[in-house]
Design a protein around this ligand. Sequence first.
Ligand code: NAD
Length: 310
Amino acid sequence: KIVVLDGYTLNPGDLSWTELEKLGECTCYDRTPPENIVERISDAAIAFTNKTPLTRDILQQCPALRYVGVLATGYNVVDVAAAKEQGIIVTNIPTYGTSAVAQYVFALLLEICHHVGAHYEAVQAGEWAQRGDFSFWNYPLIELKDKTMGIIGFGRIGQVTAQIANAFGMKVLAYDNYRKKELETDVLRYAELDEIYACADVISLHCPLFDSTRGMINKASLAKMKPGVIIINTSRGPLIVEEDLAEALANGQVFAAALDVVATEPIEADSPLLSAPNCIITPHIAWAPKESRERLLGIAVDNLSAFLAG
Ligand code: NAD
């Protein structure tokens, strides 16, 4: 018995579950509210989740469960230690969306640098900058060439983000606790966090959410950053202490932030980030081009087939 807990996130109606259905008796729910998780998977051998949390308490109420497929790269939605204790295999899908997320970093960064949407709205309203209808200085443009991008977490997405940054003429400083010196070039080198904080014009977060990375962008680290820094987070929301970022945006220490992920998703109505100046927030969609989702579904089927084949 296979249960997909939140299939809507992967398939908003444009993909087919046919290949997964060939592997067992498959039930696919669009979404599963927390109170329905146990009843839906308590007698299932296989569960797939994208964002539905599988905590220790929930896993302990699902004795038939043998396999959890995380339909995502980050697997923080599953208590992996608890799963291991119960003999449940957990798989994630680390490669499907590398290009999509790196591309999205630049969608966010270019929006900060160019405000294309705001300028288009001005044109729709009958305005034209050079005629003096509005001041485009309200939306200062920023050139990326010769700026420095600090990339924290230099794995798959971080490395592709660096390639794009280099193509824009940016220098890259990368931080990772596993260093591959062969990746260094004349425009890309590893650096310690303090050097990145001191030198980077743009900081992009790409490390996973672990206890050791939770809250790493906080009052103290923000104070070490170059005044006017731009922060991009497409990794996981809890890497940032949101009250501290909102304060740094308000006092100008951070010029702008663009966040595809936030600490609590969906974002809470009283989040300090919603009213912070120069803060773009998108609803965790960097991963979601159809090309990526097709790859994700294909790898999910391959992973489960491999598990079933022993
Ligand atoms: P990856 O595993 O290839 O890279 C992560 C890197 O972080 C690794 O090189 C690892 O050594 C490094 N790392 C681990 N602990 C660290 C620490 N304490 N400090 C600095 N670096 C550390 O993963 P990836 O494919 O590049 O994905 C990165 C993250 O992006 C995922 O964990 C996930 O949370 C997020 N993600 C978000 C979306 C989205 O839609 N917004 C989509 C896919 C992935």
